[in-house]
Every structure is written in C-alpha cells, then in structure tokens.
Design a protein around this ligand. Structure first.
Ligand code: 4NP
Length: 149
C-alpha cells in the first residue's frame, strides 16, 4: 500500500482539500491518503467552510475530516509527503531525522512544474475565488500523482 500525506499550515484549507481530491482519484487502488498541518491552531477542527464548499461544488465531501498536527512519526507512516509551500517545507524538514525522511518530502506543484518549488498560495485571508483556483491547482497536481500510482 502506498501512503500519502498532504501537509499545509492549518490543515483546514489546502491539505484537507488535497486529501479529498486525491482520495477520489485513487478509489479502488491500494493507496492511503491523509493530511496534517505544521501548526496546531486547528487541531480537531473541520475544514474551512470555503474548502468544504468548493469540494462540494466538484462532488466531494470533505466535511468529516478533522485537523491534526504533523509529527515526526508521520515520516515512519507515510511514503510520500506533499507540502504546499516553502514554509511548510522548512517546518517539515526541521522534524526529519534522516536523509530517508527528507527524501519523502515534495512540493506538490513540482508534480506539474518539476523542480520549480512553486507555492500553493495560502487562501485563508482570501475570497472565494482563491478557493476556485486552489481547487484547480490541486486537481491538476493530484491527476499527475494518481496517474503514477
Ligand atoms: P491552510 O490555511 O494552511 O491551507 O489550512 C490556513 C489556515 C489557518 C491559518 C493559516 C493558514 N491560521 O493561521 O489559522
């Protein structure tokens, strides 16, 4: 089984949406998808209502997901750790214990733009249109991730 973790800061906007999108694309395959945040502000919280809304618009229900914080033991559980931006990258790498841990961490948009280390912008302080473009960005990246599984 391939185990994939999506990581952002709060685990309420970007990573739960990425989790829901990828999960929908790997149905029937031996793949586990989860998400976490590097921060602890939203532990136990459902996704942001705007992420729930944009997911619903595209036929996905992510309302049952709950926020949790990334921990070093996630390196043991997961094969691939997709981070949304450079700040997540720094925070996750800080917890890496070995070179093997570090090698699991990828910028999710590198799937679409290899080696570019582009950020998925934090939509928390933005309007709904930011969630529309967030969905499209994550959908494109998840199509490419799923095609390799
Ligand atoms: P996320 O967005 O990292 O995509 O879940 C954020 C959600 C909450 C906060 C920051 C970013 N916050 O500061 O509470």
């Amino acid at each position: 089984m391939t185990k994939i973790l999506m990581v952002c800061l709060g685990n309420i906007c970007r990573s739960p949406l990425a989790e829901g999108i990828l999960r929908s694309k790997v149905e029937g395959k031996s793949v586990l998808v989860d998400s976490a945040g590097t921060g602890n502000y939203h532990v136990g919280d459902p996704p942001d209502r705007r992420s729930i809304e944009i997911a619903k618009k595209y036929g996905l229900d992510i309302s049952n997901l709950r926020g949790r914080q990334f921990t070093a033991t996630d390196f043991d559980t997961f094969d691939l750790i997709y981070i949304m931006d450079e700040s997540n990258y720094t925070n996750v790498l800080r917890l890496a214990r070995t070179e093997e841990d570090k090698a699991k961490v990828r910028f999710i948009l590198d799937e679409v733009y290899p080696g570019q280390k582009f950020n998925v912008p934090d939509p928390y302080h933005s309007e709904m249109h930011a969630f529309e473009s967030l969905f499209r960005m994550l959908d494109e990246a998840c199509n490419l991730i799923a095609s390799k599984l």
